[in-house]
Ligand binder design. Structure first.
Ligand SMILES: *[C@@H]1O[C@H](CO)[C@@H](O)[C@H](O)[C@H]1NC(C)=O
Ligand SMILES: *[C@@H]1O[C@H](CO)[C@@H](O)[C@H](O)[C@H]1NC(C)=O
Ligand SMILES: *[C@@H]1O[C@H](CO)[C@@H](O)[C@H](O)[C@H]1NC(C)=O
Ligand SMILES: *[C@@H]1O[C@H](CO)[C@@H](O)[C@H](O)[C@H]1NC(C)=O
Ligand SMILES: *[C@@H]1O[C@H](CO)[C@@H](O)[C@H](O)[C@H]1NC(C)=O
Ligand SMILES: *[C@@H]1O[C@H](CO)[C@@H](O)[C@H](O)[C@H]1NC(C)=O
Length: 303
């Protein structure tokens, strides 16, 4: 058993170290003109209004785009990160920046092909239809559009984002809106199958009512975080998901799902398991199998 755990640990370290990204700094003054222009036009297509962000962002509100000044290098602007050698814009973090407006498929945001990190979380782009142009960001390792008001059907082009390590589409439209993002079953399967480096997948409140739970078996073996709240998932959840070697945090709440936890040999190095108020789960079996949970690092359980 110890040998097996050790093996899992080594496997995880190998999987994780292969996806670490290199250091880059914004100390350079370079900023390619086309990318500067794309940022300015993107900025001009939006306005600033903090009323929607206040609740979600609390003290984290930062109107980053206010610091964006014409005639200065975009690499010096708040929220913009450039690659040190080329000056290409590889990071854009505008989370909690009080931005409101629409992001259509013709947005100049999608001209920033070099992006590796994109965080637009907790702004108000409602009701922007999620554009297939997101699939152009083929070098993205981190995408976060949590709570930013995107709606509609997640396009198949998300399967092009094969370098993604972290994908956060949770609470897409936060509680003020009814329209959720929709992950169709066949799209979900293709996307999961192609995102082979994925470690963090957060899909709270994404409508997944047409997803078959066995699709989760297509997941990257590097998966560490899986959170699903109120997705309209139905059916039996495949027990083998608990045996993914890197799985550390698992949350599946408010879905009409039947889970049968492994009765023996929970060999995955789970550190935290949050499985709250499942509609159908045999708690008797859960507590029985917890007894068999020998993984040393296990921290917390929530039921
Ligand atoms: C990245 O580079 C910057 C500037 O050269 C440096 O200050 C920072 O410590 C580096 N970060 C890491 C994680 O190496
Ligand atoms: C970006 O938008 C902000 C807020 O709307 C504005 O203050 C700023 O001048 C704009 N910067 C550029 C370079 O367009
Ligand atoms: C971008 O697309 C939207 C919606 O289709 C349209 O209303 C807008 O005029 C377009 N903007 C430009 C600059 O073409
Ligand atoms: C994507 O990354 C690869 C490898 O780092 C690089 O050669 C390529 O130019 C990048 N593409 C874009 C559009 O930045
Ligand atoms: C997405 O961004 C929000 C706001 O910055 C942050 O709270 C959340 O942890 C991010 N998600 C991931 C997976 O990093
Ligand atoms: C999966 O990703 C690869 C790049 O790693 C890409 O060439 C291929 O088109 C993608 N497949 C789908 C179905 O998007």
């Amino acid at each position: 058993m110890k040998g097996l755990l050790h093996l899992y640990f080594v496997l995880c370290v190998l999987l994780l170290s292969s996806t670490l990204s290199s250091n880059s700094s914004a100390s350079t003054n370079l900023c390619p003109r086309d990318q500067s222009l794309a940022l300015i036009q993107f900025n001009n297509s939006l306005s600033i209004d903090c009323s929607a962000s206040e609740y979600w962002c609390l003290e984290h509100i930062q109107k980053k785009t206010i610091s964006w000044k014409l005639g200065t290098s975009c690499c010096l602007w708040d929220g913009v990160n450039c690659e040190s050698e080329t000056g290409n814009v590889i990071g854009l973090d505008l989370s909690c920046s009080c931005l409101i407006g629409s992001i259509f498929s013709n947005s100049t945001l999608f001209l920033l092909h070099h992006l590796q990190h994109l965080n637009l979380a907790y702004n108000d782009f409602f009701p922007s239809q999620i554009a297939s142009e997101f699939g152009h960001f083929t070098n993205l390792t981190h995408l976060n559009i949590s709570g930013s008001g995107f709606t509609g059907i997640i396009p198949l082009q998300f399967s092009h984002l094969s370098k993604l390590v972290s994908l956060d589409l949770s609470d897409s439209t936060n509680i003020y809106y009814a329209d959720d993002l929709i992950f169709e079953g066949h799209v979900f399967e293709k996307v999961l199958g192609n995102l082979t480096k994925l470690q963090h997948l957060l899909l709270d409140e994404v409508d997944m009512s047409s997803v078959v739970p066995t699709s989760f078996l297509n997941m990257s073996s590097s998966i560490r975080t899986l959170t699903f709240w109120f997705n309209g998932l139905q059916g039996k959840f495949p027990v083998d998901v608990f045996l993914f070697p890197c799985l550390q945090r698992f949350s599946l709440t408010g879905n009409d799902i039947e889970i049968n936890f492994p009765k023996v040999n929970w060999s995955a190095p789970l550190r935290s398991l949050e499985v709250s108020s499942l509609m159908y789960s045999s708690l008797g079996e859960v507590t029985d199998s917890i007894g068999n949970l020998k993984s040393p690092g296990i921290g917390s359980f929530f039921f």
